[in-house]
Every structure is written in structure tokens, then in C-alpha cells.
Write a protein that binds this ligand. Sequence first.
Ligand SMILES: NC(=O)c1ccc[n+]([C@@H]2O[C@H](COP(=O)([O-])OP(=O)(O)OC[C@H]3O[C@@H](n4cnc5c(N)ncnc54)[C@H](OP(=O)(O)O)[C@@H]3O)[C@@H](O)[C@H]2O)c1
Length: 200
Amino acid sequence: MPEPISASSRAEDAHLLVVGATGTLLPAVHAATSRGELVTAVTRSPIALRDLARSTRGRVRPLVRDYEDPGLRTALAEASRTRPFTGALLYCPLASPTIVRTVVDAVPRNRPVVLLLTSAHAAPTVGTEDGFPWSPARLPRDSRPSPHCRLLVLGWAGGAGAARWHTAEEISAAALRVLDADVPRDAVLGEVRPWAARPR
Ligand SMILES: NC(=O)c1ccc[n+]([C@@H]2O[C@H](COP(=O)([O-])OP(=O)(O)OC[C@H]3O[C@@H](n4cnc5c(N)ncnc54)[C@H](OP(=O)(O)O)[C@@H]3O)[C@@H](O)[C@H]2O)c1
């Protein structure tokens, strides 16, 4: 049984893996590097990652690849060989469960991994009718690829008639809150009910 470690490791030792680093989680990458963490950033775009590495003065290590391509496990092992990952933020809504599992397995089990799930995961089904309240406890068991995964379900912001999707800044801040929480927990950002009130 691995010994639990506080989510917030010392910044100078921290090595955060971010999948989907140039999109919704870009503000989280900047926040992590600003507090001194090293970030390994995964996306397909070499130009975006090169710019990110430059703008963060080398605190971002680009890992340019399509996560669906063969060799992901090896690439992640190599990226963390000299400095193991101390946490991860994963925004890869189109990735297969096998890919997500591969990424999650690259992070030691006593370190937090935050898996962002789109609001579609909270859509009403026969088992989770459109009533109140909804919580991640209602997600199917296989939504969590590993016990050290914390789930962040992305809802929407605003009230009746003014609903909107969250910004990248809001999503990134929520992801870091879940990552940094000393006590592992899942979370919902914003609202997921009533389902008909979601932004179009
Ligand atoms: N509340 C919600 O439920 C909510 C909130 C936000 C977004 N969404 C939904 O989530 C979906 C995606 O959102 P988005 O387009 O806004 O994503 P995004 O975060 O803007 O971009 C996706 C990130 O993942 C990277 N990426 C994508 N495919 C990849 C691959 N195969 N391998 C490696 N990296 C990859 C992208 O970089 P590269 O393209 O360079 O690889 C980019 O960094 C949309 O359908 C959107 O509607 C839902």
C-alpha cells in the first residue's frame, strides 16, 4: 500500500503532467509554472508547445505527440525518468479509456491525478433522472480509471436565462483546487441541473 503524500508537494520538486496543455488547461499550466513547478505538457502542436516553453522560461517541457499514437507509455516513462510526476491534470475528452488509463498509470499512485469530465457525463439517464441533486457519486464506477484519480465534472455557470460555459481560467482554477486539496475529493464546477438549463 503506497504511503499517502500531501497533494501539494514542494514547488521545486513538483513535476506536473498536463494533457491538453494548450487549450482549456493553459491557464493552469501558467499558474503551476508561476509557483515554480515543472510541467510536462502534452499536445500535438509543436509550435504552441515551443512558444509555451519559451514564455515560461523553460519550466514547460514539451511532449509533442498525439496521445492516440503508439508508444505513449514509453514516452511518459521517459519524460518522468529523472523526475517522477507528482501530479497530473488531464483534459482529453476524446481519448479512449485505454489511453486515459495509460496516462493515469504514468503517475505514482500516491500522487493526485485530476481527470476533467465534460458535462455530458452528468446527462440524465434512466439511472440518474433530471432531479436534484446530482453529484459525481452518481457516475458509473468505470468513470474513475484508478483510485488515485479525482474527477472534476465540468458544468456551466450562471442562472436561469444567463447560463454560459466556463472559461479556461475558471476551469483551470477549479482543476488546481481539486489537485491541491489535501483530502482527495471529486467536484462539479458550476451547475449540471436542471439539464434543460444548460447553455446552447
Ligand atoms: N462544460 C463542459 O462540459 C465543457 C467545457 C469545455 C469544453 N467542453 C467540450 O470539450 C471538447 C473539447 O474542448 P476544446 O476543443 O475546448 O478543447 P481544448 O482544451 O481547447 O483543446 C484540447 C487540448 O488537447 C490537445 N489535444 C487534443 N487532441 C489531442 C490528441 N489527440 N493528442 C494530444 N493532445 C491533444 C489540444 O492541443 P492540440 O490540438 O495541439 O493537440 C489542446 O491542448 C469540446 O467538445 C467542448 O465542447 C465541454
